[in-house]
Each structure stands twice: as C-alpha cells, then as structure tokens.
Design a protein around this ligand. Structure first.
Ligand SMILES: O=C[C@H](O)COP(=O)(O)O
Length: 262
C-alpha cells in the first residue's frame, strides 16, 4: 500500500529511462507489482521496456456483487500479466486461507495470468520443526484446484513470515535453502512439466542479494522495501547480474529470475 499515481508513474519512468539508456543488465528480467490503482498508468509507461507487470492481489470470482474487490480479469485488463497470491500479509491481516489461495490460483490461470504464489512458515512453525510440512502443504494446496488446466508459467516465492518487512530478520542461507528445498520437492510432485521459477523474498537488501542469487538454488528475488525506489531496484539488479557473471543467464528483481526456471 504505497505510491500514488504520480509516485508510481515516476518509478516507472525511471525504469523506462534505465532500460532505454542500457543501464538495466540485459541478462536480468524485472517485474513490478504496483498497487491496483496504478496498474494501467504503469502499464502505459513501461510499454515496450520488457519489464513485466503484475497485481498484488485479485478476487477469484467473476464480475459481480463483491464490493471493494477487483477480479482477475480486471487486473489483466489493467495491464497485469502476473498476479501475486497468498502474500504473508494477505494471510495474516486478511485471514486469507489456503483454500482461498487455491481458488485464486485457479482463477488466475483461467484468466490467463501467471500466478506468483507466496508461501512461508511463521516463526512458531519453524521453531516447532514444521517448516517442511507447512511449505509442502501450502504449495500442494495452492495448486489443488487447477484441475486439468496448467499455467503457462508459475512463480513461487518462498517468503518466511519472520523474514518479511520492517520487523523481519534476514534469513541466513541455510534457512533459505531448507525452505527452497521443501518448495521444490512439493512442486516436483504436483506440477511436473510447467515452467516454474522459485524465488526468495524477505529482507533482501544490497548486502545480501548477490549471495542469495549465487549461493542458493534460487531463480530470482522478490523484494519489498529495498526496491521501493527505482534506484533501489536497479542497484539490486546490477549487483545480481555482476555476481552471476558468465555462469548463468538470468531471466526475472522486485524480482530477478534466471531464464532457466529451476
Ligand atoms: O512483498 C515483498 C516481500 O514481502 C518482502 O518484503 P521485504 O523485502 O520488505 O522484507
């Protein structure tokens, strides 16, 4: 819940300018997920830049009497190609359940959107040794209502709740690796054949981004605060591209994803 139209427009203009002046590393693909009120304006400013655009949430149902909500079709109409589903704040502040996440994933696919499914354990669940089970359940549940339909691509962000936001503690690589492994394992069982990129998010900052993309089996980063300014996002993109160097070909920074989703 940040950025007015003017602020989001200025952010998008800065990204456009960076693309046009060649200061976005070509091997890094960027996506941004602005507030729903600014989607269309950001779409217009980013047209032709290659920066992907998504919504932070949408309702799973069709058009109708659901006051205050916007549908998958509506966010797609406003320019989104990605929709974020099940962010920790949605789950905690708005009581979004695994069932609701599953409905949203299915609705996103029907609407032709790429779901970006957020999964993550709480600090209590981690302390109880439940991380693997919680993540496996969240991943499988999120995909459980797809039926025979499959997304063209799927993004999954591992975001431990305790690592997110102002009160968050940056996860150490071993903790991230454990979560990523659990997510991958659940995906392997449920969605073989769908190009899937597993991202990491939670207190990513200029000091840890390079280590996260090079030291872990992660396809990209999902960044909040450190990417709230365009220079912040571009700095992370540059750091990741430099760190990855010749070793790999990256593909999505508010996310950074390699072209070979793993
Ligand atoms: O939406 C972004 C993620 O929740 C991460 O947020 P953060 O980078 O501010 O910790």
């Amino acid at each position: 819940m940040t950025k007015t139209l003017a602020e989001a427009g200025a952010y998008a203009d800065a990204l456009r300018s960076a693309v046009e002046t060649g200061s976005v590393p070509p091997e890094v693909r960027l996506f941004v997920l602005p507030a729903a009120t600014t989607l269309a304006a950001v779409r217009d400013r980013l047209a032709g830049t290659g920066v992907a655009l998504g919504a932070q949430n949408a309702h799973p149902g069709p058009e109708g009497a659901v006051t205050g909500e916007v549908s998958m079709t509506m966010v797609r109409d406003a320019g989104a190609s990605i929709v974020e589903i099940g962010h920790a704040e949605r789950r905690t502040l708005f009581a979004e359940t695994d069932d609701m996440v599953a409905d949203k994933v299915a609705a996103a696919v029907t609407a032709g959107l790429t779901p970006l499914v957020c999964v993550g354990e709480t600090s209590t669940e981690r302390a109880r040794g439940e991380t693997e089970d919680v993540l496996a359940h969240q991943v499988r549940s999120a995909l459980s209502r797809l039926g025979s339909s499959r997304p063209v691509e799927l993004l999954v962000a591992y975001e431990p709740h305790w690592a997110i936001g102002a009160g968050g503690r940056a996860a150490v690589p071993d903790e991230v690796a454990e979560g990523l492994a659990a997510v991958r394992s659940a995906l392997a069982k449920d969605l073989a054949g769908t190009p899937t990129a597993v991202l990491y998010g939670g207190s990513v900052h200029p000091g840890n981004a390079a280590d996260l993309v090079t030291g872990l089996d992660v396809a990209g980063l999902f960044v909040g605060r450190a990417a709230w300014t365009a220079p912040g996002l571009l700095d992370l993109a540059r750091r990741c591209a430099d760190a990855l160097g010749e070793r790999t070909t990256p593909d999505l920074v508010s996310a950074i994803v390699r072209k070979d989703p793993r």
